[in-house]
Design a protein around this ligand. Structure first.
Ligand SMILES: [Zn+2]
Length: 360
């Protein structure tokens, strides 16, 4: 994927001067509109409330990077960050060595260990590994990931063909409930990744990179994956599930809304889907307000200044018609949701506290 992106970057640099002067040959990938509107802009410098970031990853390469990250968290009012999924006991140990100096600022989550998957009784080993991670301080499980072929984010062994509602998962999910570890899971991708990446595709700038080919034998499509999560929430009522990225249902949030209404043990994070909801601010704000007790702030992307600032701007401000193509990759104009303070506080921290505190 990186080589592909480098090639695109090269293409951009080659084409940029041409594109600036020749509108008739302008490629969408070179389109960098600058808002013409001289409307007031909020210029938010930090989050309105101390934040618990429920969805990040092991971005710090060194202990010094961790120190820098903490300084940045201080600057933007991020109180604590969940560092999701450290594959294998070894990965967890090295992460602990890096982040363990800041127990109040970071919490580490672990993966399931699918070693032996496919042989009878593989779950016994997986449960034992989970208990080991828990004893070392893991606070949750995930990010699990299923884009149609089964669990793909785990390492070194992936759970191909194993969806979250598979009966084989029940002993693992029951152990999560027993240990009070919430399960964070990414299912599917947003709808436009499934549509043909042609001139009619609304999210083309990301859809052509992340396109999902549903013709592959045995691969579940978007709706079937969402259903697998609903089934898991239904069948494991004592386990807390966190659907990553609005359950990848940004173009029809009602799908997620119906599940949140139905399953008290299901929550959703809003990580890395800011550009996806900012083009429809009234619809998105109404959804967030309605489900204000079930949604969790998250980032997922590299912890850079601009990344944090974009999330605050989209949630808190009433800014209109701005673009972030470099950071968020879409050609869409974005709008702030202007969420009420009480809703922001739940989104930023209170809902996370509820989950984490009930899971000591
Ligand atoms: Zn993630």
């Amino acid at each position: 994927m990186n080589k592909l992106l480098t090639a695109f970057a090269l293409l951009i640099s080659i084409n940029v001067s041409l594109a600036q002067t020749r509108a008739d040959s302008l490629l969408l990938i070179n389109y960098r509109p600058v808002s013409i509107y001289k409307t007031p802009m909020a210029n938010i410098k930090k989050a309105a409330f101390p934040v618990i970031d429920m969805h990040s990853h092991d971005y710090a390469g060194t202990p010094e990077d961790v120190d820098d990250w903490v300084k940045r968290m201080d600057k933007f009012n991020i109180e604590k960050t969940m560092v999701l999924c450290m594959p294998g006991a070894k990965g967890f140990d090295s992460a602990l060595a890096k982040y363990g100096r800041y127990p109040k600022r970071f919490a580490l989550w672990c993966c399931f260990d699918y070693t032996g998957y496919g042989t009878p009784g593989w779950q016994k080993h997986a449960v034992e590994e989970l208990e080991k991670c828990y004893k070392k301080g893991a606070k949750g499980v995930g990010e699990l990931g299923d884009k149609g072929d089964g669990e793909i984010y785990s390492a070194p062994v992936k759970g191909y063909g194993l969806h979250i509602d598979d009966v084989q998962m029940k002993p693992l999910l029951a152990k999560c409930a027993e240990l009070h570890m919430p399960v964070s899971i990414h299912v599917a991708e947003d709808e436009w990744m499934y549509e043909i990446p042609d001139s009619t595709n609304d999210g083309l700038m990301n859809a052509f990179i992340w396109h999902v080919d549903t013709m592959k034998a045995g691969r579940l499509g978007h709706d079937a994956l969402i259903q697998s999560l609903a089934n898991a929430a239904r069948d494991n009522p004592n386990t807390i599930f966190i659907a990553c990225h609005y359950a990848n249902s940004c173009s029809n949030l009602q799908v997620l809304g119906d599940m949140l209404d139905k399953y008290p043990n299901l929550y959703a994070d809003i990580a890395a889907r800011y550009a996806e909801i900012a083009p429809v601010p009234r619809y998105a704000a109404a959804f967030i307000i309605k489900h204000q007790d079930k949604l969790l702030y998250g980032t997922d992307n590299s912890p850079e200044d601009r990344m944090y600032l974009n999330t605050f701007r989209i949630l808190e401000s009433a800014d209109e018609h701005f673009y972030e193509p470099e950071m968020l990759h879409y050609h869409w104009a974005l709008y702030g949701l202007n969420l009420p303070a009480a809703v922001l506080e739940k989104l930023y921290r209170k809902n996370a506290e509820k989950i984490l505190n009930s899971y000591k």
